[in-house]
Design a protein around this ligand. Structure first.
Ligand SMILES: Nc1ncnc2c1ncn2[C@@H]1O[C@H](COP(=O)(O)OP(=O)(O)OP(=O)(O)O)[C@@H](O)[C@H]1O
Length: 258
């Protein structure tokens, strides 16, 4: 049996007195597509942020490809990873955020390739070729020289997806990537994610409030409640016959609101 690509064991994250991830265990297999759903404030985004090493954890272990992201000192105290270790670890993981976070003074092409060009030490020409290929992949070949202000929200989000792919990561994290978009622009972003999922070997974790997409996209759905996975299973299991009363209450509230 192969070991999971991503492994959380006993992971706890606190903000002051607030425990946001509570002794959490999670395994994600290579190429698996996992949707994370659950109420606001239950720790879903924090799960992605600690995996991306944007936040340090307080306890437990996170491993990617068998490599721990955190270390214990001789006394068993967690030592936060160094900035260079984090930069290196992040090469393997691309993350797309709700609010695109593009540089306003850079074109779509520059946004897609600037960071990886520096990190990977690519020549300008090699970086441009890679950027053109990535923007083609997200359907923006005709917008290479456009600045973010000249792009729709959906197009900006697709540039952000191209940028996250630039390092050829094994893992892609999507944090509510359609929440800031008008409904008609959501589908173009979800279509890009669908295509990526179909055509590329990528492990994907997606925090989403779009239950329809989670249901269709995910191999596995994890329902979060109070910093723990209250229930997980296939789309059919979670959406078809949820067992935990909190999952049932959440899904019926979401379906009523839709
Ligand atoms: N930097 C921070 N400092 C203090 N508290 C924080 C910080 N980031 C998140 N929190 C708190 O941690 C809890 C979990 O936040 P998180 O963003 O992970 O929830 P979520 O499940 O993704 O919620 P939502 O669906 O609303 O985005 C919330 O109560 C939030 O207010």
């Amino acid at each position: 049996m192969t070991s999971p690509l991503i492994r959380f064991r006993g992971v706890t994250k606190r903000y002051g007195p607030l425990t946001v991830l509570d002794n959490l265990d999670l395994d994600v297999e290579r190429n698996e597509k996992v949707a994370i759903i659950g109420p606001s404030g239950s720790g879903k985004s924090t799960l992605l942020r600690v995996l991306m090493m944007l936040e340090n954890i307080d306890d437990g272990v996170i491993e990617v490809g068998g490599e721990p992201l955190t270390h214990m000192d001789r006394n068993g105290t967690l030592v936060p990873a160094s900035e260079s270790y984090k930069r290196n670890g992040r090469r393997n993981i691309g993350m797309v955020f709700q609010n695109f976070n593009l540089f306003p003074h850079m074109t779509a092409l520059e946004n897609a390739i600037e960071a990886p060009r520096k990190t990977l030490g690519l020549t300008k020409q090699a970086a441009t070729e890679r950027g053109v290929e990535l923007l083609d992949m997200v359907g923006l070949s005709d917008k290479l020289d456009h600045y973010p202000s000249q792009l729709s929200g959906g197009q900006q989000q697709r540039v952000a997806i191209a940028r996250a792919l630039a390092m050829r990561p094994q893992v892609m994290l999507f944090d509510e990537v359609t929440s800031a978009l008008d409904p008609e622009l959501c589908s173009e972003v979800l279509n890009v994610i669908r295509r990526l999922s179909d055509k590329h070997d990528l492990t994907m974790l997606m925090v989403t409030h779009q239950m329809g997409f989670a249901r269709e996209f995910a191999d596995r759905v994890c329902f979060f409640s109070e910093g723990k996975i209250a229930e997980q299973g296939t789309s059919e299991e979670i959406f078809g016959s949820p067992k935990h009363e909190r999952t049932q209450a959440f899904l019926s509230a979401v379906m009523d609101a839709a």
